[in-house]
Design a protein around this ligand. Sequence first.
Ligand code: ZN
Length: 273
Amino acid sequence: MSFELIERNGVKFFRSDILGCPHGFSTRLGGVSELNYTKSLNLAFGRGDGDEIVLENLDRFANAVGVDPRSVVSRPQIHSSDVEYVCESDRGDGYFSKSGISCDGYFTDRPGVTLGVKTADCVPILLYDPAAEVVGAVHAGWRGTAAGIAAVCVEKMRSLGARPENIRAAIGAAIHFCCYEVGEDFRNSVESLAGKDLAERFIREWDGRLHADIVGMNVELLRESGVTEIDVSERCTCCEPELFFSHRAAARASGGRRGTMLSVIALPNVTAV
Ligand SMILES: [Zn+2]
């Protein structure tokens, strides 16, 4: 299990070798954004780039990954544990149309629909069951993580016939324990949402301060759901601000202004005979 940095037409993105379906985790490299803090592959509206720049970036990233940019569904995210089923009529929602629905995860059994989650420190999780032909995608910030969104996605995928033992999960670059300093109130919130056990295991003192491991929390939640094939990126978004957009790094460097990355996954295209 490992992540590989791919470069296609100048776009650099990561791929996990366990998934075996079209997917990619974007970096900040290979787009047309020119602002210092969105340079260059910002994939979210409302971060300072004109919409046409974001759509050009989406075009470049989707083409590099090998999916149709107009097939990507990525709605406004609200740090919830809401995981929604999407199908053909949702293609492009969030980029080319606005359904008004907000959520933080998706699942589908429809080929030709690409699931997209946006992050800049939060944890992107892509899931695929090749036996049932079902994919899922999750944006897990600390709140969604503690509310168990990874487990919710596995549960929803099961409703379409997926089995945890067949599901492969890839967790992309996110803020890691090294950089995720938190406060007592954070620990209390995680404890009340996820229980004392998870809080104690994944929020610990380091160098005299509390740090949280939300990547580890998601791995644990996936394991508890019965998923065993889990590929975890070692990269910390906050440690490498030249490669990734990072909310925490931007708070220091640019007054919080930053771009946003996108992680996408779709079922393999089956060519009709
Ligand atoms: Zn770090």
